[in-house]
Ligand binder design. Structure first.
Ligand code: SF4
Length: 280
């Protein structure tokens, strides 16, 4: 067994939270620059330039990319030959989020109870997904996700008879209904298949892929390209001021499902796409 100390996990998560909020990924910057070339409206071009300038200021002055520093989702791939010592995994991750949001001067945005609405003051708890994998490695991926875009996400249980057209219509309708509230240009994550809850998990997990990467299955890649084209033909554009650059990418993930089911989840992500990964 390979031993990893809980304190190492805490320090790693602390740094990931700060880095995710200060440094926009190069894949997002590249996608924004590509969208600038295809955006036809001058207001849209101006907004994309402002987003790129905002990312430069955040990077150089070590400031958060957005005032909504998000809730923290942690995707864990835990090798079966890894033993966590001197603590437990979930507590170590939670402590790392608390330290990261406190030391990084990041806004605490979590309330302890959905009805009582009392702030926990350190952005905990994070929302943790753990996958058991082969090997001796521990991979930690942090997503700091704003609520403006999360709130525009939707889910539907289609029937198999409905199929591809209804999937496309639902995704496009979801983007149009969101308007400017999720801060386009967006990254649209789609989960197809599985169960009610698993499709939502896949939609979120699809956002971890490098922006604009495609699904390896040709028919899913084709669906991603069709959705990307249709979303960008809605005319919403950056911040819904009109234009072509409504989305930077559409990512679709799929998995097996029941013969009578076709779950579809759409997880909307804004341009402030804060994802960082470390493998220990
Ligand atoms: S949707 Fe994204 S860019 Fe808009 S306020 Fe929320 S975190 Fe910031």
């Amino acid at each position: 067994m390979r031993q990893i100390e809980a304190s190492t996990i805490t320090q790693t998560v602390e740094k990931l939270c700060i880095d995710a909020n200060y440094f926009l990924g190069q894949d997002v910057i590249d996608a924004l620059e590509r969208s600038l070339k295809t955006e036809e409206f001058c207001i849209g071009q101006r907004i994309i330039r402002d987003i790129l300038e905002n990312a430069r200021i955040a990077r150089e002055e070590l400031a958060p990319l957005c005032q909504d520093t998000g809730f923290t989702v942690v995707f864990v791939e835990l090798g079966q030959e890894v033993e966590i010592v001197d603590g437990n995994l979930k507590e170590a991750i939670t402590k790392g989020v608390s330290q990261g949001y406190t030391k990084g001067y990041l806004r605490a945005s979590i309330v302890k109870d959905p009805l009582k609405r009392i702030n926990t003051k350190d952005n905990t708890p994070p929302f943790i997904h753990i996958d058991a994998i082969q090997g001796k490695q521990l991979k930690l991926t942090i997503m700091c996700k704003g609520s403006g875009c999360e709130n525009m996400s939707r889910h539907i249980m289609l029937t198999p008879a409905q199929g591809r057209k209804e999937i496309v219509d639902f995704v496009v309708e979801t983007v149009v209904r969101g308007g400017g509230r999720p801060c386009p240009p967006l990254i649209v994550g789609v989960g197809l298949g599985g169960t009610f809850e698993y499709s939502a998990y896949m939609a979120k997990k699809s956002l971890l892929r490098p922006v604009s990467s495609h699904h390896p299955e040709p028919h899913i890649k084709e669906l991603e390209e069709e959705l990307f084209e249709k979303v960008n033909n809605t005319g919403l554009g950056p911040q819904a001021w009109g234009g072509r650059a409504t989305a930077l990418a559409v990512h679709v993930e799929t998995c097996p499902t029941h013969i009578a089911s076709l779950p579809v989840a759409v997880n909307i992500e804004c341009h402030s796409h804060r994802v960082k990964t470390v493998t220990l």
